[in-house]
Design a protein around this ligand. Structure first.
Ligand code: ZN
Length: 138
């Protein structure tokens, strides 16, 4: 295992055991539900906007470790960003998954998912939450 694989396993396990921003918002502006039928992953994402920013977001759902960890990481990256920044990071993440290239540091823990492009069957698991966000802010 190379360094990134170790980090990958560690970060994914951590987010799966202790998902960030898991639950429901009392007040929200948008709710998006998405499923990944190839694996059975489900996510429901709620977002509260304020002044063109993602003021708060939470998710609930069930699915494989990768889908849940990726949702947790996504909420951590996106919280507090402007909608414009969020779109940019979403594009970067999806491009990273497709190309396997690790972009700049600003994707935080999301970087560890760069390995996923080697496992085409898992790509939909890793991108589910990000597609839900993309839909919520389009
Ligand atoms: Zn999955």
């Amino acid at each position: 295992m190379d360094e990134l694989s170790d980090l990958y396993a560690e970060v994914i396990m951590d987010h799966q055991r202790h998902p960030r921003n898991f639950g429901k918002l009392e007040n929200f502006d948008r709710e998006i539900q998405m499923t990944n039928s190839s694996c059975g992953d489900q996510i429901s994402l709620q977002i509260k906007f304020e002044n063109e920013k993602i003021k708060d977001l939470k998710f609930t759902g069930m699915g494989c470790a990768i889908s849940m960890a990726s949702a947790s990481v996504m909420t951590e990256v996106m919280k507090g960003l402007s909608v414009k920044e969020a779109k940019h990071f979403c594009d970067e993440f999806l491009e990273m998954i497709r190309e396997g290239k690790v972009p700049a540091d600003d994707l935080k823990d999301a970087k560890v998912f760069s390995n996923i492009h080697k496992y085409p069957m898992r790509i939909k698991c890793a991108t589910l939450a990000w597609h839900a966000l993309q839909k919520a802010i389009e």
